[in-house]
Design a protein around this ligand. Sequence first.
Ligand code: NDP
Length: 341
Amino acid sequence: MPEKPHDTARISFADLVETLQKIFVKAGVSEANAAVLAVNCAGCERDGGLSHGVFRIPGYVASLNSGWVDGKAVPILERSGPALLRVDARNGFAQPAWAAALPHALDMARQQGAAVVAIRESHHFSALWPDLEPLAEAGFVALSMVTGLACVAPPGGRKPVFGTNPLAFATPVAGAHPMIFDFATSAMSNGDLRLAARAGHSVPPGTGIVRSGALSDDPKQILDGGALLPFGGHKGAAISLMVEILASALTGGQFSSEVDFSAHPGAETPRTGQVIIVIDPARGNNAVFSERVRNLIDSVRDAGQARLPSDRRYRTRESSEREGISLSVEQRDALVRMAAG
Ligand code: NDP
């Protein structure tokens, strides 16, 4: 899939969803699952999350063609307690499993004040913010974590054991969009490392190591038998370890280091687990929660932070809704061919 440089084509969200849905169905995804994946992927593109927008379509298709992931999987939901829902995604994509669980998560959080959704046997190949935005829009605080493919070594180590293990947090904000942050717990995302290698650029110190364990600023060497490092030294490593524990050990999914798709050439998606934690902030006599968050965010802006997480994303969404989603002509034509061919 060509990247976005040259002549720009504009496409509406609805048209992009329809095109992506056709591509997923042609690749063997059920109509219901394709609808969920298409909205998720088009939403990333609309909001400027380009690393998880249409750029990912060839990876989705290659993984489906390799037989590694089941596009028709129907998740099994199992209540393990008043506030705990376990979900077996049955080797399908995580987004349809989460779509099936979401109404139950909302119901549990309303009834019990909190809910934990533990998804296993799932392939997450997207950003996490789309999973959390509906929760924050409904007034809940939420966290999510996902494990991936082992490419991150612990500090002082030589061997990759963690995935890039993203962590996302969402909160309602009175009178404004929810504030959501969502990032990998590695010093750099795998995609950015590959882009740097392709462009022949060096990467900042602390990004990764070479095979011997020595630090390197050469992305090619990091990719060739080396490993990324967690962000923030031992602090980031502890957070990445927590992601493995909550998204894999707690859910019953595979650890990043256990993923083995060597029997499925072409596969790209990690078959691991995802946890989503939902809290009703209005419980505990805290009805003014979202106003207090708004005041706090205003204080942070007043203190001088010009950009907060989500600012860029909402701005990009607004311009996409006004002018259409921007793709390169090559990207648009490639998608249309894939949908038709
Ligand atoms: P970034 O380092 O780009 O950080 C993204 C987050 O930080 C966003 O919430 C963004 O807000 C915010 N942000 C970025 N720059 C600033 C700034 N200067 N000031 C304030 N806030 C800022 O993200 P990553 O490259 O680590 O991850 C990108 C995506 O990749 C994530 O969505 C993540 O979920 C996904 N991912 C998915 C994986 C998977 O296995 N499914 C694995 C790894 C990553 P805004 O959105 O407004 O820009």
